[in-house]
Design a binder for this molecule. Structure first.
Ligand code: UT7
Length: 329
């Protein structure tokens, strides 16, 4: 008997109530709505309340995904939270989510750090675990309180990111949402291009050096931009070739929502009309691991995904990690 076909059974998303517009940001740093919008396509982003945690946002998205899938907490035996902004360094955010949702103790719960590619990495991992037949229903969640790792005086990074969560329930297929394939990649030579250079075992001992580097995101944006376009095109082309699907046969592409100019470049390279790409970054900014599941949930609820169509997910992020996935509805 072959391994069971695994599908996305339901989706959900959550964004914090507070909205920070580009004009609001121009009061904090030397920037403007015009610069941010023309360079990135972002108009506003959601920012979590000071006492709101990544796990709370993850659980809110997960509840909606479970309701959409018609499953309860008792049905879940695996939770993977993709995040680089965990509630605490230890234990895993997924453990907080399990408790908040009332998922049984026989569930395996852990976090996965692949930055903005985290959702595709977590989808691949959960798909393999469910495919083994040893787990039945998984919550795969991308959730970030990215505002907690931003330097709000650094205009080159603080204007780009936002907070939020997106979740899917995976389980045995009921005829739609089947995962056809995933591809994961890493270019570890580029770790320095996007990182939080403090807070880990490689942090200089402050007592010895007298100095601390900030526990905030450091990014070489221009370099990443070029690599991101190349990596995302490669990830898209490889998975399509592997499944003998042409770009034109893709109903909807859900790319990582980092920068509209990156998405437009990939559309051009794949020779697809820009309308084929689902884009919501103007309202959320880059929500890192949450970006694809949040966009997927909006794409489904707005009718952008039609029965019988194939959807391509494609992402890149710190690591540099990148990857793609194909789902048939
Ligand atoms: O999930 C992965 C996350 N990372 C990314 O997605 C990063 C990918 N890279 C990008 O999206 C783009 O490189 C950025 C949006 C970050 C920057 O756009 P760019 O067109 O590459 O601009 P740049 O870095 O070349 O900067 C152009 C100018 C500079 O001034 P000078 O040197 O020309 O005088 C910057 O200092 O724009 C200046 N600048 C700003 N001006 C107003 C940088 N940030 C801002 C800002 N407001 N927020």
């Amino acid at each position: 008997m072959g391994s069971p076909a695994i599908a996305i059974l339901g989706t959900g998303s959550y964004a914090p109530e507070k909205i920070l517009t580009n004009d609001d940001l121009s009061k904090l740093v030397d920037t403007s709505d015009e610069w941010i919008f023309t360079r990135t396509g972002i108009r506003e982003r959601h920012i979590a309340a000071p006492n709101e945690t990544t796990s709370q946002m993850a659980a809110a998205a997960a509840r909606l995904a479970m309701s959409d899938a018609g499953v309860t907490a008792a049905d879940i035996d695996l939770i993977i939270v993709a995040t680089v902004t965990p509630d605490l360094p230890m234990p895993a955010t997924a453990c907080f989510v399990q408790h908040q949702l009332g998922v049984p103790t026989h569930a395996a719960c852990f976090d996965l750090n692949a930055a903005c590619s985290g959702f595709i990495y977590a989808l691949d991992t959960a798909w393999a675990m469910l495919g083994s037949g040893r787990y039945r229903h998984a919550l795969v969640i991308g959730a970030e309180k990215f505002s907690s790792v931003l330097d709000w005086k650094d205009r080159t990074t603080c204007v780009l990111f936002g907070d939020g969560a997106g979740a899917v329930v995976l389980g045995p297929t009921r005829g739609t949402g089947q995962i056809l394939g995933t591809k994961l990649y890493t270019e570890g030579a580029h770790t320095h291009l996007l990182c939080i250079p403090d807070g880990g075992s490689n942090t200089p001992d402050p007592a010895a050096t007298g100095a601390r580097t900030p526990r905030t995101v450091s990014m070489k944006g221009r370099e990443i931009f070029k690599i991101a376009v190349r990596e995302m095109e490669e990830a898209a082309r490889d998975i399509l070739a592997q499944h003998q699907i042409t770009p034109a046969q893709i109903g909807c592409v859900i790319p990582h929502q980092a920068n509209l100019r990156i998405i437009d470049a990939i559309a051009r390279y794949l020779e697809l009309p820009a309308e084929r790409f689902f884009v919501n970054l103007e309202r959320y900014g880059n929500t890192s691991a949450a970006s694809i599941p949040l966009a997927l949930d909006e794409a489904r609820s707005s009718g952008r995904i039609k029965p019988g169509e194939t959807t391509l997910f494609v992402a890149f992020g710190a690591g540099l990690t990148y990857g793609s996935a194909l789902v048939r509805w």
